[in-house]
Design a protein around this ligand. Structure first.
Ligand code: FAD
Ligand code: GLY
Length: 370
């Protein structure tokens, strides 16, 4: 039995928890089937928008997201300092816009809900939104400004997490897929990977959309996670084209500091199908053009897709399992970049004997078996 924690999967969630455990003095080994951070964590848009993306009757998710937002500035500051690189955390805020009177009624309905929850939001007329973002279409009827919605360059985030993890002394094994979990009468399960068995004091599963696919965890023990495909693209605009995250009824647009506009994303139940479709890309391009007509002349820089890990109730699965010293942090679905700080900080506490905070209770892995 080796000391410390073994982690399966090196996306933002596995890397961030690993880094935080290392900072607490815990030895950490991470096994990654490919290159770290090249799946959902690479594919994402990097929006940190619990207010703009609020869903009706999902107050527990909102609470988790707001808790993570509260932690983001300090998390980024520590990460940038440890990793020696920037992650382009931007705090200009978000604008949800309507482009048609029907959309405006829906926007107003959501605005009233946001107000009822006492979230920081402001209603703007179309002209006021255009003053804030001159590239917006003159067809914008109204907008809701949410100043506390931010963004981060998620690709830089994973690079920084990898650098911080290694600098803190983490052992990283890439190209090492875990092939099986082996349960024992006492202690954490061991795993088979790279022609050997790895057995550590604690085991953490953070394999994103693949978390339910590793043999050895059967029946109620298996985390039920499915891949939810998202096609997404980047347009090469100028650095001054946009400053705020823009959300329309069809797409969202996230402006990076290097001038790229990230336009996302489709939401498709297609299994692990990596095909980029004409229809998917067309809908994104059309949605971006309706909101920002100037994109028509701009170069299309990149298209890609990724798999959001979605649980049965689309809420994350975070905490200790029925098996001693076996922990799970997965199912972050559309908000894994947003919920990285809270997941990493809370999990690293719990795994070393701390009590789970009350706001984590709805996300327990035990909710599917109880
Ligand atoms: P992943 O990043 O998928 O990492 C899991 C890792 O486990 C992978 O590297 C994989 O190779 C590895 N692995 C799998 N099986 C094994 C195995 N058997 N052995 C070893 N390693 C294994 N979230 C936001 O907050 N804001 C956004 O704007 C946003 N936009 C998104 C847009 C798109 C198009 C998509 C697809 C997602 C978006 N998300 C967003 C969601 C976010 O990307 C995910 O919730 C988050 O990245 C999940 O992180 P993860 O570490 O759990 O998964
Ligand atoms: N949160 C953005 C997405 O999942 O597409």
């Amino acid at each position: 039995m080796n000391k410390g924690t073994l982690i399966i999967g090196g996306g933002v969630i596995g890397l961030a928890i690993g880094w935080k455990l290392l900072l607490r003095g815990e030895p950490v080994t991470l096994l990654e089937k490919g290159d770290t951070g090249r799946e959902a964590s690479w594919a994402a848009a990097g929006m940190l928008a619990p207010v703009g993306e609020v869903h009706f009757q999902e107050d527990q998710n909102l609470r988790l997201g707001m808790e993570s937002m509260r932690r983001y500035p300090a998390f980024v500051e520590a990460l940038e300092s440890d990793a020696g690189m920037k992650v382009d955390y931007r705090r200009e805020g978000g604008l949800s816009v309507s482009l048609h009177p029907d959309d405006t009624a829906e926007l107003r309905h959501r605005f009233e809900y946001q107000q009822a929850l006492e979230l920081p939001v402001r209603w703007l007329r179309g002209g006021e939104a255009q003053e804030m973002e001159p590239a917006l279409s003159p067809n914008v009827v109204a907008a809701v400004y949410s100043p506390d919605d931010h963004q981060v360059d998620n690709r830089k985030l994973v690079e920084a997490l990898k650098a911080a993890f290694l600098k803190a002394g983490g052992a990283l094994h890439e190209q090492t897929p875990v092939e099986r979990l082996v349960l024992h009468e006492n202690g954490a399960p061991s795993v088979l990977a790279g022609n050997r068995e790895w057995r550590h004091q604690r085991l953490l599963l953070t394999a994103g959309s693949w978390s339910g696919m590793i043999p050895g965890l059967d029946g109620a023990l298996r985390p039920w996670v499915r891949p939810v495909k998202g096609q997404i693209l980047a347009i090469q605009a100028g650095p001054e084209t946009l400053r705020h995250n823009i959300r329309t009824p069809d797409v969202y647009i996230v402006p990076r500091l290097d001038g790229r506009l990230i336009v996302g994303a489709t939401v498709e139940e297609m299994g692990f199908d990596r095909t980029l479709t004409v229809g998917g890309i067309f809908e994104l391009v059309r949605g971006a053009w309706r909101a920002i007509p100037a994109v028509y002349e701009m170069p299309l820089a990149e298209t890609w897709c990724g798999f959001r890990p979605g649980s049965r109730d689309n809420a994350p699965i975070i905490g200790e399992t029925e098996i001693p010293a076996f922990f799970i942090a997965t199912g972050h679905y559309r908000n894994g970049i947003l919920n990285t700080p809270v997941t990493a900080e809370v999990m690293s506490e719990i795994m070393l004997g701390g009590q789970p905070p009350e706001f984590l209770a709805p996300f327990s892995p035990l909710r599917f078996t109880e």
